[in-house]
Write a protein that binds this ligand. Structure first.
Ligand SMILES: Nc1ncnc2c1ncn2[C@@H]1O[C@H](COP(=O)(O)OP(=O)(O)OP(=O)(O)O)[C@@H](O)[C@H]1O
Ligand SMILES: [Mg+2]
Length: 446
């Protein structure tokens, strides 16, 4: 991934130096100029990912510069920097399109926090756009084994009905792809596809995520918020990791599925929606029902059409096709020629057991592509115990940091028998946060 670039526009040399210093240390590419005119000139040569802009500038002032920047690049996030005298101007600037503002003296933590947030939002917006563009390309289910053919025909049929589908299968077997395909191939395809990962958000927030909330309904509810059900109206709602939903919330969800109407948290108005619900889980639901951890009545409502994805080791004949597919995707992503895999290396992959299924295979292929200098990958290094990565041959701080973070979290998870709560506590992060990391870094949990 390319380094994110930041433009600083401030006439005070001290601010330019300290801001640049902090941001360069974080791995960003930074350019600093001392005037609005200089800023626009820099922008005309290269549009950065983020701008820090002083409110008070000699010549063209901050607000005018902001307006011109917004003319040139409406989506570019701009963070205003204000001195004590002009905080009000900075606040006003956020009304005319600035993303946020910072007050001098600058606090290092806040600078990084606000910058991180602005860039994250920008990335999210871009990802959303790309997602839409590559929808058809991205959600392909590779595999010509008899069981994958059968699953593709099940998907075709289920997509055309309006029925609820419960997608099951071990972690990393493609459940998310199936959910997207069910939407993309349905009559609702041009309506929203909304996803909620029940494991990745704290239990106490799930209801507000699902049903929305009214202003002031609980601490932190500053504004009224629409829930996923409302956002998915006329479209599809995908409830991922449904087994993680608390018993209480399960009862509420059941009521909505029975009547298609609900109330926002803290609200009294009945809201009706037309939503097709898809759900997925990698857990054994029947066992959970026996143990009274999941409501049987909800299970039957969700499981109108079951689709069960097989583990990768039960369809080894698909491995070479999948490897080809990932090599192709990676070559596109990195803008490099496609690498090849030696026959002996492929043989090793085919005989491996893949507890993390396709996600594990995909991660391994990605790792090999990054770590192998030549165009032909001859050694795949599985079955030997995993050697520590050589972080120092990785180009790019972000890539190196992700690789380290992944190795670290994986090692800690192993130490704690893959218990997410225990590991989260041990390394000092929130359970939901760790969960997100596991997903975003592509760690295969057995
Ligand atoms: N048949 C397939 N063809 C191509 N790519 C696949 C296939 N199955 C899975 N993948 C890829 O493998 C990765 C894991 O798949 P996915 O996220 O759908 O798994 P999942 O079943 O939802 O797992 P989890 O239970 O852990 O959420 C994704 O990057 C996905 O694109
Ligand atoms: Mg999934």
């Amino acid at each position: 991934m390319a380094t994110e670039s930041i433009l600083i526009i401030d006439d005070e040399e001290g601010i330019r130096d300290s801001l640049s210093g902090i941001l360069i240390d974080e791995g960003y590419e930074v350019k600093a100029v001392d005037s609005g005119e200089g800023g626009l000139e820099a922008l005309s040569r290269k549009v950065p990912d983020l701008v820090f802009l002083d409110v008070w500038l000699p010549g063209m002032d901050g607000l005018e510069t902001l307006e011109r920047i917004k003319d040139i690049s409406p989506d570019l996030p701009v963070i205003m920097i204000s001195g004590h005298g002009n905080i009000e101007t900075a606040v006003n600037a956020t009304r005319i399109g600035a993303y946020d503002f910072l007050e001098k003296p600058l606090s290092l933590d806040r600078v990084l926090l606000v910058a991180g947030r602005a860039l994250e939002r920008k990335t999210l917006e871009r990802e959303n756009r790309e997602l839409k563009e590559t929808l058809q390309k991205k959600w392909v289910l590779v595999g010509e084994s008899p069981v994958m053919r059968e699953i593709r025909s099940q998907i075709d049929m289920a997509a055309r009905s309006n029925s609820r589908v419960l997608i099951t299968g071990e972690s990393g077997t493609g459940k998310e792809i199936v959910a997207h395909l069910l939407h993309a191939l349905s009559a609702r395809a041009d309506k929203p596809f909304v996803e909620l990962n029940c494991a990745a958000i704290p239990h106490e927030l799930i209801e507000s995520e699902l049903f929305g909330h009214e202003k002031g309904s609980f601490t932190g509810a500053f504004d009224q918020k629409k829930g996923k059900f409302e956002l998915a109206d006329n479209g599809t709602l995908f409830l991922d990791e449904i087994a993680d939903m608390s018993f209480n919330t399960q009862a509420k969800l059941l009521r909505v599925l029975e009547g298609q109407s609900f109330q926002r948290v803290g609200g009294s108005k009945d809201i009706s929606v037309d939503v097709r619900v898809l759900a997925a889980t990698n857990r054994d639901m029947e066992k959970m029902i026996k143990e009274e951890k999941f409501r049987g009545d909800l299970f039957f409502r969700l499981n109108v059409i079951p689709i069960k994805l097989p583990p990768l080791k039960e369809r080894r004949e698909d491995i070479s096709l999948l490897v080809e597919h990932f090599l192709e995707l990676l070559a596109q992503e990195y803008g490099q020629p496609k690498k090849t895999l030696a026959a002996s290396a492929l043989q090793k992959l085919v005989s491996h057991d893949w507890p993390g299924n396709i996600r594990e295979l995909k991660n391994l292929v990605e790792r090999l592509v990054i770590m192998t200098a030549s165009d032909n990958i001859e050694s795949v290094g599985i079955s030997e115990s995993k050697a520590q990565s050589n972080y120092f041959i990785i180009d790019g701080l972000k890539q190196a940091r992700d690789t380290f973070e992944k190795d670290y979290i994986e090692a800690k998870l192993k130490q704690h028998d893959w218990n997410i709560s225990k590991t989260a506590e041990a390394i000092g992060v929130e359970r939901s946060n760790l969960h997100r990391k596991i997903k975003s870094l592509g760690i295969a949990t057995p």
